[in-house]
Design a protein around this ligand. Structure first.
Ligand code: NAI
Ligand code: MG
Length: 357
């Protein structure tokens, strides 16, 4: 029996996670679900955003369903105790290196995108962001005395961009394998014209591609990719890129689809164990009001079934149920438009559960 660690977190985390758990329950499968505190809730209950007991549960489980963390009330804590440390700690401890973020525009929400309907209608792309390397973790880093050039002797900030060959290879494999199940096209985004690290990235991705001749590979500079994402986003299928470029491009892609409340994500390790969470944060501005959109978390649960638990049919059932409630015109406040019916977080959960049956 699959074991799922449920980590609701703080802010809107508990409200949206509760709806995803109801949906999982309604599938009629027997999962073992165990809940634990994380983020602000971990700090409140155990004095740490990632308590030992929570980490242990996450390690034992086949998959982790994570809500969100980062409510305002924890803003004044020192950095090591801030809720966001929980997600960084989990990524590191669980060896999660591939962040998958699908950006799908449901036809019913075409009016919610900031771009013209003809540019985004039918959008279905997958951004794969590497999570362990790049300038975010490279050492040395810090502030020092500038050793040369016109600013010699002044203070300077510096970071180090690095990517190990094995780190690039494993994310490239994830991208090509994902593309095989989709439209068989990968765009690798880099800055090979300026950065040594990303010329190396390009060379390694090209080498891994030899094993996937059924998939088309295109290389694109990140500045052009940013432009193409808003000009003609439907031209992409799978985008694979490094940690920093992926951080930025995936947020831009998220906005094409109208609401961050609709976007799920997966963070995978080498064995398809994963952590699944909505792309958004803890939305402190609406926490406790019962108006948050639970669909990103419900769709994250579907990704969990597909990637970590091998329940493809059940994943499809959830995604179909989400499409059904959108067709029925049900909308939480973030996607509400004239002519649709405004529902609460819980009513949206109810509707998905009904649509499953
Ligand atoms: P956010 O995603 O929490 O909120 C941005 C805006 O989107 C807000 O107006 C919010 O009300 C709205 N929103 C977000 N999710 C929604 C949903 N499901 N339904 C309806 N509206 C929704 O991002 P923000 O405000 O930048 O960050 C708030 C806190 O969350 C910060 O402490 C941040 O560090 C944390 N955060 C945590 C993440 C995580 O748990 N993995 C990811 C991103 C941010
Ligand atoms: Mg980001």
């Amino acid at each position: 029996m699959s074991k799922i660690a449920i980590l609701p977190g703080d802010g809107i985390g508990p409200e949206i996670t509760a709806q995803a758990v109801r949906v999982l329950d309604a599938l009629g499968e027997s999962f073992e679900m165990e809940q634990a505190e994380v983020g602000g809730a971990g700090y409140a209950a155990h004095g740490h955003p990632l308590p030992e007991s929570t980490l242990k549960l996450a390690k034992q489980a086949d998959a982790v369903l994570f809500g969100a963390v980062g409510d305002y009330q924890y803003d004044t804590l020192e950095r090591a105790l801030r809720p966001e440390q929980a997600i960084l700690g989990l990524r590191k401890e669980l060896g999660l290196f591939a962040n998958l973020r699908p950006a799908i525009l449901y036809p019913e929400l075409a009016g919610a995108s900031t771009l013209k309907p003809e540019v985004v209608s039918g959008l279905d792309i997958l951004i794969i962001r590497e999570l362990t390397g790049d300038i975010y973790f490279g050492k040395p880093r810090g502030v020092r005395e500038c050793p040369d050039g016109p600013f010699k002797g002044q203070r300077e900030g510096f970071d180090t961009m690095r990517y190990a060959e094995g780190e690039i290879r494993r994310i490239a494999h994830v991208a090509f394998q994902a593309a095989r199940k989709r439209d068989k096209r990968v765009t690798s985004v880099d800055k090979a014209n300026v950065l040594e690290t990303f010329q190396f990235w390009r060379d390694i991705v090209t080498d891994v591609h030899k094993e996937y001749q059924d998939v088309a590979l295109e290389h694109m500079y990140v500045d052009n990719a940013a432009m193409q994402l808003v000009r003609a986003p439907k031209k992409f299928d799978v985008i694979v890129t490094g940690n920093m470029f992926g951080d930025i491009l995936s947020d831009a892609a998220a906005m094409l689809t109208g609401s961050i409340g609709m976007l799920p994500s997966a963070s995978l390790d080498a064995n398809n164990k994963g952590l699944y969470e909505p792309s958004h944060g803890s939305a402190p501005d609406i926490a406790g009001k019962g108006i948050a959109n639970p669909l990103a978390t419900i769709l994250s649960a579907a990704m969990m079934l597909r990637f970590s638990l091998g329940k493809l049919e059940q994943a499809d059932r959830i995604e179909t149920a989400v499409k059904t409630v959108l067709k029925q015109g049900l909308r939480t406040a973030d996607i509400f438009e004239d002519g649709t019916q405004r529902v609460s977080t819980e009513q949206m959960g109810d509707a998905v559960v009904r649509a499953l049956r």
